[in-house]
Design a protein around this ligand. Structure first.
Ligand SMILES: C[S@@+](CC[C@H](N)C(=O)[O-])C[C@H]1O[C@@H](n2cnc3c(N)ncnc32)[C@H](O)[C@@H]1O
Length: 280
């Protein structure tokens, strides 16, 4: 297991991501503080780590969220238990439940969200007039900006708690439909009705549930020709070659063409991005 603090001090991980990874590795506020003190260097990154650790209430809340939700990325889980995990997490901290590296801070989450939206627009994956599905939309942090550009947005999530939070945050958007789904299909979404499917940090849970091929087939069904599927994080703890092999297999089976493979375009988030386009 790599040491997130050392990786951060080497400049390869932001302090927020490093702290989030330590918490996922089981650190408590006390062990985290000790770990950071032991690694002391006279660098901006170290001082940033130290400042985050000094907010022990915040760290304890994040640790509590991980404990009640039972975040475990390796073991197989069915969609029902994934829904329960996110129902519990969102009740503790909506921001941290969708992006632990936000450390539960709305301003940090907004920075990361803006960066994703700017990338989608600058790469023209998100364009005016599109019909968009946000698969695993969580609290809907991408939806207001997406709905401003798109013709319509569907936010779909397996967690009722997430959708309740998204309804609250996205209230009043006239071109938005929010739905709790089974996690196993895109029921209720017509064939060839979408121009863009976003899967922002939701695919790892679909993979964990063993449903990635099933949902890839559903997405291929629901996309129009030339429609794009943007995946930010495909799986956790997966070798880059294995990710590329998965994408290649989907391209063969479901008539996609690869457009981006394993790009890392963000400063605030270390997601690996993949984009495939539906062929005719
Ligand atoms: C880490 S959160 C990311 C949420 C949101 N995309 C974001 O970036 O803010 C992962 C989300 O995927 C949802 N999810 C997991 N498996 C799913 C599935 N099979 N179908 C739909 N949503 C799913 C979870 O409930 C959770 O809201």
């Amino acid at each position: 297991m790599s040491d997130p603090i050392a990786t951060c001090l080497a400049g390869a991980l932001s302090p927020e991501l490093a702290i989030a990874q330590c918490l996922l590795q089981g650190d408590s506020p006390a062990t985290l503080g000790t770990r950071v003190q032991r690694a002391r260097t006279d660098t901006a990154a170290w001082y940033a780590l130290d400042r985050i650790c000094a907010d022990t209430d915040r760290i304890a809340r994040l640790q509590h969220m991980i404990a009640v939700a039972g975040v475990e990325h390796a073991a197989p889980r069915d969609p029902g238990s994934i829904a329960l995990l996110f129902d519990r997490a969102v009740a503790v901290s909506p921001e941290a439940s969708v992006a632990l590296y936000s450390l539960g801070d709305p301003a940090r989450l907004d920075l990361a969200t803006s960066e994703v939206i700017e990338w989608l627009v600058s790469e023209t994956w998100l364009r005016p007039g599109m019909d968009v599905l946000d698969l695993g939309c969580g609290i809907g942090r991408l939806i207001p900006a997406t709905a401003q550009v798109a013709r319509s947005v569907i936010g779909l999530d397996v967690s009722a708690g997430m959708i309740a939070e998204a309804r609250h945050r996205c209230a009043g958007l006239p071109n938005l439909r929010l739905e709790v789904g089974s996690g196993r299909d895109l029921a209720g979404i017509a064939d060839r009705s979408l121009d863009l499917v976003l899967a922002v940090d939701s695919l790892p849970y679909v993979v964990q549930a063993g449903l990635a091929d099933v949902l890839a087939a559903e997405i291929a069904r629901a996309l129009r020709p030339r429609g794009a599927w943007v995946i930010l994080n495909l799986a956790y703890d997966c070798a880059p070659d294995a990710e590329k092999a998965t994408i290649a297999a989907w391209c063969d089976r479901f008539h996609f063409a690869p457009r981006r493979l394993g790009v890392t375009p963000f400063r605030h988030w270390d997601a690996r991005g993949f984009v495939v386009e539906r062929l005719d």
